[in-house]
Design a binder for this molecule. Structure first.
Ligand SMILES: [Zn+2]
Length: 691
């Protein structure tokens, strides 16, 4: 992402566009659809260029104002420019990630670069900066005051107050960075790898439906791709060590060596930007507008988390190693790729739990309904499917969000893999919500196995959790998208807070009461037994500290690559070092190159720590809910009002304090991490596992 949150460089927008360029006229009742037909490249570019031109005109208008600076003369057109540029950025990103046509995706990438360039120019526009600085906001509401103050900070971080030559240099560097980021992402999504096996016997241990979905080709060979629905079952269930290792290597070397040079270039470009602005590293610079504040706090957080996780991780490791020794008595080490499999075996042997036993209760259509119904109850909204809205693929669904009989937003579900599609799971904004002017829109881009006439589309439990996670982001964007200004709408806020609402929602997937409402056996219709959920929760608590350690290693990789002058950093040494430093697993040689497919190094750069930082907050938040009935009580509505609805209209630290009545603490997180070693709860019904 471009530095300027002035334009949060992300995703997508719409096609009824030319009309929408008269922005202020967009009535919420008449929300344009994201994809009014199968648009051609020319139509896409017309819309995008129209939005860019509209933004530029508004910027000129701000600069030309004579007389005193007012909200009306300055902030209103400024925010409208932000709205136009965000919409253009969102749309370009959407095209790049989901368009079925590769040539179209390329044009999406090119357009992303172009829009970011305009955003960068705006962030370096001294006249606009001075105009906003001259605004008297002393009589404005707190959200408007906070917005202006945040924008001024972002302008300074962009280097707006530097001399002309430095600003010109910064502009060039930002454009270079944008191109590198887009290239880094594209290289990953374009590099879908596959592993071939010579017979079905090599798939021994995998679920029957998996084997049936992977029939040999005419040459008798079976092809497995590195897409999630192919990959993760192999990593957990395949008996063949060689197959799991091959799949892991294929997965971990995607975009290598291509992305090595791109990464080094990104590191150098970012370092130059940071030092030109006056920071000693990119990590320091990047943290300046976040909850974390500076790089040393990142290092401290990683060290603290390591101290907290290590003793628990060692207890888990002893159990994992004992499991490995059952078949390899001399083993003293566990390789990185073995973690999934050993954890699964321990869950079976020690916790009498087999992940496969849950899958029959999780066919995709039911999970989808379950996620929607749960979110509707929790957040006091309803969802209505738009059956006639056109989209870019027949599998894409359009849904409206209704609050008290009023439509307050729209979202799209693009949930199954296609060749060339973005291969990870993500919520992406499509439109920022602005009160009375434009409804928020967003999309979930996921890659879950697609149900067919003969295949119920059974999901892994982890995939179902991912669905809840992404839906947490979606509700944040929609419910937080009722602001006066585009620039503080939805998730336009400190980016190291945004993973808290999504991670908190994952907890709902552990509730037997919530699961019983939708997790039904696809053959018999029988609801998932509370006893099975209880065993699953016990089993899934096992391995958490090692999971935290792995996440901490990734946080360290993301920090270490950006914490210093890149001339002093050997990119091929960072991953092995940090895996050894923070995890108990031994990396295999190909792990040294996993940075090439670590997509966050482009968009998140040094703030991958966000996930664990926000997990701490999420667990703290979760304690506020009634664990005997997660959908009832006053907490859900209080959470909606104090955490989600404010969007980016106040600091994240204030959101946390407003909901908790105090700053966050790590106590709940520590307890969550150690849950596996707590005495087993009585397994006699729904409540037992909710303690
Ligand atoms: Zn997330």
């Amino acid at each position: 992402m471009n530095r300027s949150h002035i334009v949060r460089g992300f995703y997508a927008f719409a096609l009824l566009l030319l009309a929408t360029l008269v922005a202020a006229q967009e009535p919420p009742q008449n929300q344009p659809t994201v994809w009014s037909a199968k648009p051609g490249i020319a139509a896409f570019e017309t819309v995008e260029n129209g939005r860019i031109a509209a933004a530029q005109k508004l910027i000129d208008q701000i600069v030309a104002v004579k007389g005193p600076r007012t909200i009306e003369s300055t902030l209103v057109p400024y925010d409208e420019a932000v709205r136009q540029l965000n919409a253009a950025a969102y749309f370009a990103d959407l095209v790049q990630k989901v368009n079925p046509d590769a040539a179209f995706r390329d044009r999406g990438t090119a357009m992303s670069v172009k829009v970011s360039g305009v955003a960068t120019s705006l962030s370096l526009n001294r006249d606009v900066y001075q105009a906003l600085s001259a605004l008297d906001v002393s009589k404005s509401d707190p959200a408007t005051r906070y917005y202006v103050q945040r924008q001024l900070l972002e302008f300074r971080l962009a280097g707006v107050d530097k001399d002309d030559a430095t600003r010109a240099k910064l502009k060039k560097l930002q454009d270079q960075l944008t191109e590198d980021q887009a290239m880094f992402d594209r290289n990953i999504s374009d590099d879908q790898r596959s592993v071939t096996v010579s017979s079905a016997s090599e798939l021994d241990g995998l679920p029957q439906d998996y084997i049936e979905n992977h029939k040999p080709g005419t040459d008798g060979k079976i092809t497995l791709t590195t897409n999630y629905p192919d990959l993760f079952p192999v990593m957990e269930y395949a008996k063949s060590d060689a197959l799991r290792r091959k799949m892991w290597e294929a997965w971990n070397t995607r975009a290598y060596p291509k992305n090595r040079a791109v990464l080094i270039d990104m590191m150098q470009t970012r370092y130059q930007i940071a030092t030109l602005i006056g920071y000693s590293s990119w990590a320091d610079y990047d943290a300046a507008d976040k909850m974390m504040q500076d790089g040393s706090n990142i290092a401290k957080f990683i060290a603290d988390l390591n101290s907290a996780a290590r003793p628990v991780a060692e207890r888990e490791f002893a159990i994992l190693l004992a499991e490995k020794q059952k078949t390899d008595p001399k083993a003293t080490e566990i390789y990185s790729y073995e973690g999934y499999r050993l954890r699964e075996l321990v869950r079976r042997s020690q916790y009498d739990f087999n992940s496969e036993s849950v899958r029959p209760y999780l066919p995709y259509p039911q999970v989808k309904k379950g996620v929607l119904d749960t979110a509707a109850t929790l957040f006091h909204v309803t969802f209505r499917q738009e059956l006639t809205a056109p989209s870019w693929d027949p599998a894409v669904e359009t849904w409206d969000v209704i609050d008290n009989g009023k439509m307050i937003g729209r979202f799209y579900l693009d949930m199954h893999p296609r060749p060339g599609k973005y291969s990870h799971a993500q919520m992406a904004p499509i439109l920022d919500g602005i009160r009375g002017k434009q409804l928020p829109e967003a999309i979930l881009i996921c890659n879950f196995a697609q149900p067919t006439a003969t295949d119920p589309g059974l999901m892994d439990y982890g995939d179902a959790v991912t669905f809840f996670h992404e839906f947490g982001h979606l509700m944040h964007h929609i419910l937080g998208g009722q602001q006066q200004w585009a620039g503080i709408s939805g998730i336009s806020m400190e980016s190291d807070f945004v993973e808290a609402p999504s991670q908190m929602l994952e907890e709902w997937m552990k509730s037997p009461q919530v699961l019983a409402t939708f997790a039904r056996n696809y053959k018999t219709g029988e609801p998932i037994p509370a006893e099975l959920v209880a065993r699953m929760n016990r089993a899934s608590a096992f391995g958490r500290a090692n999971g935290v350690s792995t996440q901490n290693a990734l946080s360290a990789i993301s920090y270490d690559l950006y914490k210093d002058d890149p001339a002093k950093i050997d990119v091929d040494a960072v991953c092995p070092h940090d895996f050894r430093q923070y995890t108990l697993y031994v990396p295999i040689p190909s792990d040294a190159h996993m940075y090439a497919s670590f997509g966050h190094l482009a968009g998140y750069s040094s703030h991958y720590y966000t996930y664990m930082w926000d997990k701490v907050i999420a667990e703290d938040f979760f304690q506020q809910f009634d664990h005997n009935n997660l959908l009832a009580g006053e907490a859900p509505m209080r959470y909606r009002r104090t955490v989600l609805e404010p969007g980016g209209s106040m600091s994240a630290n204030d959101l946390v304090k407003n909901f908790l009545g105090r700053p966050q603490s790590t106590a709940a997180f520590q307890k969550w991490m150690e849950e596996e070693f707590q005495p087993a709860p009585q397994i006699n019904g729904a409540r037992a596992v909710e303690q």
